[in-house]
Design a protein around this ligand. Structure first.
Ligand code: SIN
Ligand code: FE2
Length: 200
């Protein structure tokens, strides 16, 4: 695996100490107690292998009506606030004058993956997406700003933080596979990825 060369992609390896990872995990347990992980359906009718929840003003979701941000969960309740432990990472590393309005929570159980996509449901590409990985390692794939561009991959491990700004903000990316069972951070194993985004 190589390191990524696209402009605006920064990886902070081992950013979170084991203790900080445990604190984050516990904060996330409180979030998913109020906003359970759900397997959404794509507009095309496929059930996503990744289970999702969110914190903040908006959650990202999808159903037969399309991909979108929503101020409420599918059951009509608001999303819980973004925990301070997560806000602190954004404040220290995002280099943005704005606060994140969505902390998307992705859970990858054994065999889950995420196809190559662009994050483009936000109002502008001016603000970075900051991502935090917890639990099992995963192969992250990143291409260029058009789908046909060549791709590179990099291993993301528990405690790694990635910032996608500049060209990387508009780049196609996805998760090929996780290495299930390598980490004991999460109760039922697997991987959690958080992405912090400015939405409006
Ligand atoms: C995403 O693109 O939403 C998730 C990326 C990841 O799981 O690292
Ligand atoms: Fe994404």
């Amino acid at each position: 695996m190589q390191s990524l060369t696209i402009k605006g992609f920064r990886i902070l390896k081992g950013y979170l100490s084991p203790e900080a990872q445990i604190r984050l995990r516990d904060d996330l347990r409180a979030v998913v107690a109020q906003a359970p992980l759900r397997h959404y359906t794509t507009p095309g009718g496929r059930r996503m292998s990744v289970a999702m929840s969110a914190a903040g003003r908006f959650g990202w979701m999808t159903d037969r009506q399309g991909y979108r941000y929503s101020e409420t969960q599918p059951d009509g309740t608001p999303w819980p606030p973004i925990p301070d432990s997560i806000m602190a990472i954004w404040q220290a590393e995002a280099g943005s004058g704005r606060e994140p309005e969505c902390c998307l929570i992705n859970h990858y159980a054994e065999g889950a993956r995420m196809g190559l996509h662009q994050d483009n449901d936000e109002a502008s590409f001016d603000h970075p997406v900051l991502s935090v990985s917890l639990g099992d390692p995963a192969t992250f794939r990143m291409g260029g700003t058009s789908r046909a561009d060549p791709t590179q991959s990099v291993l993301l491990e528990s405690g790694d933080v990635v910032i996608m700004g500049g060209d990387a903000r508009r780049a196609y990316h996805g998760i090929d596979r996780i290495r299930f069972g390598r980490s004991d951070l999460l109760l039922h194993g697997g991987r959690i990825n958080l992405t912090l985004r400015v939405v409006t």
